[in-house]
Design a protein around this ligand. Sequence first.
Ligand SMILES: N[C@@H](CCC(=O)N[C@@H](CS)C(=O)NCC(=O)O)C(=O)O
Length: 221
Amino acid sequence: MSVSKIDTVDDFVNFIGYPQLTVIHFSTDWAEQCPQITIVLEELSALPEIKSSNTKFGVCNAESLSEISLKYKVDSVPTVLLFKNGAQLDRVDGADVAQITSKVKSLSFGKSTPTTITPKQPLEERLKALINRHTVMIFMKGNRDAPRCGFSRTLIQIINETGVQYDTFDILTDEEVRQGLKEYSDWPTYPQLYVKGELIGGLDIIKELKANGELESTLKA
Ligand SMILES: N[C@@H](CCC(=O)N[C@@H](CS)C(=O)NCC(=O)O)C(=O)O
């Protein structure tokens, strides 16, 4: 057994309909922690006790299968979802190897299908995972193609000029994140730009860094 690649929505639906445990890693090409989780799943799939339980392992690109990601509220990678008979049993958001290992081991031997549970991830953990989703992470109103506030639009224009890669999160889609991140980072407004999980600041700070010629080095820190 190894980790199968899931490329289409149909593949995904067929895969999770399996009567034994199916473990799916939502990944992206750029997220640093994803390759580590794929290795963990490869290792788990090779364990004799897991092999004998017929547990299946898959990996899909969370961005290519955005429809599925949205449905299962996968808003950070890596995320691992566990299914049986098409029902979601559990999930692990973030590269928490210990939790993934223990959930795969315990659920692969359940005789009957446990009740569907979707434990709510503590907000702080979710915020940390979101902040670290990309080296340069921008929390904004709208997205890069359709900013929904002048401050966010100007910030995107400035960052686009640098050619630096980044990811965005639309805080208008999630009130919990919108309010929670203000408190977590002690910064009351959006946009908010993070580099390697550290808050750099909002539009005023980014403009200042640009004016001082420090923007690119800050983004590439
Ligand atoms: N001076 C701020 C301007 C940003 C700003 O004032 N944002 C407001 C309006 S878009 C905001 O996020 N308010 C809180 C909210 O909407 O939750 C900066 O440098 O980023």
